[in-house]
Write a protein that binds this ligand. Structure first.
Ligand code: NAD
Length: 499
C-alpha cells in the first residue's frame, strides 16, 4: 500500500502522527493509498518554517517572483498528462476532464506571471505643499489554502498562484481524498525556482485545519468546500483575527425561456448537470423551463441524451462521459436523495440508482438521473446533491423562474437560455447570484476576471483569482511624505541681515 507524505521545506516528509486516511480508487472501490493526517505540532512546525522562508521571498522583487511563475507554467504544460492522470486516479473524473482541471488552474498561473502589474501601488503627487502620498501592497506573511476534493489541481493552483506571487508563503491543506496532485505541483514549483518552505503542503483532516485556524502566525485563510464547513472556518478564522474568504456549496439554476434554442439548451443541460458526475460547484442541478411547452420540449430532448451517456472509469480514455463519485458514502447519500425524490412525489424520468458496470461492481458509480415536476419543498431541491442528478422545476413565467432562483439560499452560478437580449440583460442585472451565464451553462469566469458566489455560496470578502485575489493576499500601506523646501538652493554664505 502506497504511503503518501506531506511536502515540507522542499521535500516529501513522512507523517509522524500514526493517523492516516484511506485514498480510494473510486472506480473499483479499492483503497489505493493512505495519506498521513498531520498533528497540531506538525502544522505549527510547517508554519514556523514557512514564516522564515517568507522573509526572503517577500524581499525577492516581484518580477523575479513572476519568473518563477513563468517557469512553473511551462512545467505544468510539459507535465499536463502526468498531472491529469494524477487527478483522475484519485478523483475518478475522465482524463479530458482531468486535463481541464489542470488547464483552468494553469490559466490562473498565467495571470500570476504578470503579478507585478497587479501589485503596483498608487501615488498622489503634491497632495499638499511638498507632500506626496503613496500606497504599496505588501504581502501578508504566511497564509493558508484549504481545498476540496473535486478540483485537485485547479483550486490549489487558484490559491497558491496569487498568494505566492504576491510574496506570501502558503500552507496548503488539500483534500485528504485527493491529496497527491498538490504534492506534484509543489515539486514542480520547486523545480521552477521557488525557495524551500514558501509552499508547504500539509495533509490532514479537521485537526490540521483547526491547527491552521488557531495558529497566530497564519494571517489569512482561503477556503473552498461545502457550505457548513465554509461557514465554520470563516467564523473561527475571523474570530482569531485572520482575513478569511470561504467559498461554499451551490444549487445552480438554469432558466430556459420558450424562445431558446431547445437543442442547444438540452445539450448544455446534459453536460453541465452530469459532467464530472455532477461533482462541480458550478454544475447546473436545477432546470427551470418557463411554460409547459418548454418543459415538455426539454423532456423530449433530455431523456434520450441522458440515456445515451457513457459512465465508466477514467482508464477507458475518451470514451467515457463521466466517472464514479468520490466515496461510497457519497454514492449512498446520492441514492438516498433519489429515493426521497420519488417518495416526495417528483417524476423520475431516468433512474441511476441501479447502475452497474461489469468489472467495476464495487465502484462508486451512480447512473444519470433526471427528475421532472420537482417542487421547492422537496429534499432533492433543497440540498446540494453533488451527484449526476438533474431536477426540473416547471414554472409559468419568467418572473416566477427568476424568483425561484433568487429565493434559493445558494448563489454561486446561474444561467439563462433565451433568444431575447432584453430578457437576458434583465436577468443578469437583477439576479442575486455571483456568476451568470447567458446561453452559457457553466459560467466560470476566465482567470483575469474573478470567481465568487453570493449568499450561502461564499463567506467573507473578495473573490478568488484575478485582481481580487491580489487584494486578498496583500495589505495596503499608505505613506504620506513631506520634503521641506530650501535644501536644493544650497547653503547661504552671506550673513543675513534683519529686514
Ligand atoms: P468539504 O467541505 O468536505 O471539505 C473541504 C475541505 O475542508 C477539505 O480540505 C477537508 O479536509 C476540510 N474539512 C472537512 N470537514 C472539516 C471540518 N469538520 N473541519 C475542518 N475542516 C474540514 O468539501 P468537499 O466535499 O471536499 O468538496 C465539495 C464541496 O465543495 C461542495 O459543496 C462544492 O460545492 C464545494 N465547492 C465550492 C467551490 C466554490 O468555489 N464555491 C468550488 C469547488 C467546490
Amino acid at each position: 500500500m502506497e504511503e503518501l507524505t506531506h511536502y515540507i521545506n522542499g521535500q516529501r516528509v513522512k507523517g509522524g502522527s500514526g493517523r492516516f486516511a484511506d485514498v480510494y480508487n473510486p472506480a473499483t472501490g479499492e483503497v489505493q493509498a493512505k495519506v498521513p493526517l498531520a498533528t497540531i505540532e506538525e502544522v505549527n512546525e510547517a508554519v514556523a518554517k514557512a514564516a522564515e522562508a517568507q522573509v526572503g521571498w517577500a524581499r525577492t522583487n516581484p518580477q523575479r517572483r513572476a519568473r518563477v511563475m513563468m517557469a512553473f507554467g511551462r512545467l505544468i504544460n510539459e507535465n499536463m498528462d502526468m498531472l491529469a492522470e494524477a487527478v483522475s486516479r484519485e478523483h475518478g473524473k475522465t482524463l479530458p476532464d482531468g486535463r481541464g482541471d489542470v488547464q483552468r488552474g494553469l490559466e490562473v498561473i498565467e495571470v500570476c506571471m504578470g503579478a507585478p502589474s497587479l501589485l503596483k501601488g498608487e501615488f498622489t503627487n503634491d497632495g499638499g505643499p511638498g507632500i506626496d502620498l503613496y500606497s504599496m501592497r505588501q504581502p501578508l506573511g504566511v497564509v493558508a489554502g484549504i481545498t476540496p476534493f473535486n478540483f485537485p489541481a485547479m483550486i490549489p493552483l487558484w490559491k497558491m498562484g496569487p498568494a505566492i506571487s504576491a510574496g506570501n508563503a502558503m500552507i496548503l491543506k488539500p483534500s485528504e481524498r485527493c491529496p497527491s496532485t498538490s504534492i506534484l505541483l509543489a515539486e514542480l514549483l520547486k523545480e521552477a525556482g521557488l525557495p524551500d518552505g514558501v509552499l508547504q503542503v500539509v495533509n490532514g483532516d479537521k485537526l490540521a485545519v483547526d491547527a491552521i485556524l488557531d495558529n497566530e502566525t497564519v494571517q489569512a485563510v482561503g477556503f473552498v468546500g461545502s457550505t457548513p464547513i465554509a461557514q465554520y472556518i470563516y467564523g473561527r478564522a475571523a474570530s482569531n483575527g485572520k482575513r478569511a474568504q470561504c467559498f461554499g456549496g451551490a444549487k445552480n439554476h438554469m432558466i430556459v425561456m420558450p424562445d431558446a434554442d431547445m437543442d442547444k439548451a438540452a445539450d448544455a443541460l446534459v453536460g453541465s448537470s452530469m459532467g464530472a458526475a455532477g461533482e462541480r460547484c458550478m454544475a447546473i442541478s436545477v432546470a427551470v423551463p418557463v411554460g409547459e411547452k418548454t418543459a415538455d420540449a426539454l423532456v423530449e430532448r433530455l431523456v434520450p441524451r441522458i440515456e445515451a451517456l457513457k459512465v465508466g472509469p477514467y482508464t477507458a480514455g475518451d470514451d467515457v462521459d463521466y466517472g464514479p463519485l468520490i466515496t461510497k458514502a457519497s454514492q449512498e447519500r446520492v441514492k438516498r436523495l433519489i429515493d426521497s425524490g420519488v417518495e416526495q412525489g417528483a417524476t423520475l424520468l431516468t433512474d441511476g440508482r441501479d447502475f452497474s458496470l461489469q468489472g467495476y461492481e464495487n465502484g462508486f458509480f451512480v447512473g444519470p438521473t433526471y427528475f421532472d415536476n420537482v417542487t421547492p419543498d422537496m429534499d432533492i431541491y433543497k440540498e446540494e446533491i453533488f451527484g449526476p442528478v438533474l431536477s426540473q422545476v416547471r414554472t409559468n413565467s419568467y418572473e416566477e423562474a427568476l424568483k425561484l432562483t433568487m429565493d434559493n439560499e445558494y448563489g454561486n452560478g446561474t444561467s439563462i437560455f433565451t433568444a431575447d437580449g432584453d430578457t437576458a440583460r434583465d436577468f443578469a442585472n437583477r439576479v442575486n447570484v455571483g456568476m451568470v451565464g447567458i446561453n452559457f451553462p457553466i459560467p466560470v469566469p476566465l482567470s483575469y476576471h474573478t470567481f465568487g458566489g453570493w449568499k450561502k455560496s461564499a463567506f467573507g470578502d473578495l473573490n478568488q483569482y484575478g485582481p481580487d485575489a491580489f487584494r486578498f493576499y496583500t495589505k495596503t500601506k499608505t505613506v504620506t511624505a513631506r520634503w521641506f523646501s530650501g535644501i536644493k538652493e544650497g547653503g547661504e554664505f552671506a550673513f543675513k541681515a534683519m529686514e
